[in-house]
Design a protein around this ligand. Structure first.
Ligand SMILES: [Fe+2]
Length: 189
């Protein structure tokens, strides 16, 4: 198997929620973006990249991405059912899995664990992921959702799918911050 196919296979194994995306083109794009972001990063072991340099290193980007995807899927199903809304579940899963993929380049390994990389200090969080999505030909609404997911962005979520991932990300992030005794996102000005 060539190295590219191996990377894609490992991404699919570590992020099994990707298989819940019914649209094959979208599913393949999510896998390709993750695999190429990983291959071009300094992280030799994909699930060593942290969720945040501030959190314990056991809180990984892979686990966070999976948790946000799972919360998002549940939110999508409840909101669609209870509020009679039409929400695109494929898009919700894709946004959730891609919202933080840029962290593979935004963080760097240090002797103490990890810190922000030069790119992480110079690019706004999420920009690179959105850029890769645009390059891959994903829709404006999907790219928008990744740009809007972070409170650092001046753009607020403008679709149901973007809104779901924004709050799912907050839910997991604040749960991890509370557990680590760190200030919560919901209390930041
Ligand atoms: Fe996140």
């Amino acid at each position: 198997m060539n190295p590219e196919a191996e990377s894609r296979q490992l991404v699919q194994k570590l992020l099994p929620e990707v298989d819940e995306i019914q649209d094959a083109t979208l599913r393949e794009a999510v896998i390709t973006i993750w695999a190429s972001a990983w291959e071009s990063s300094e992280w030799k072991i994909l699930d060593e990249c942290p969720k945040s340099p501030d959190l314990p290193s056991t809180r990984t980007l892979v686990t966070h991405s999976r948790t946000v995807a799972q919360i998002s899927i549940n939110m999508c199903e409840v909101l669609a059912r209870q509020n009679s809304l039409s929400i695109n579940k494929d898009e919700v899963i894709a946004i959730a899995l891609l919202h933080d993929v840029s962290k593979l380049h935004e963080f760097t390994k240090t002797s103490a664990g990890s810190s922000k990389s030069a790119i992480g200090n110079k690019y706004q969080h999420g920009f690179l992921g959105a850029f890769w999505m645009q390059q891959a030909g994903l829709s404006v609404d999907l790219v928008h959702a990744v740009i809007a997911h972070t409170p650092l962005s001046n753009v607020i979520p403008q679709t149901q799918e973007a809104l779901i991932v924004h709050y799912a990300d907050f839910a997991d992030t604040d749960s991890l911050l509370l557990d680590a005794g760190l200030p919560l996102f919901c209390k930041r000005k």
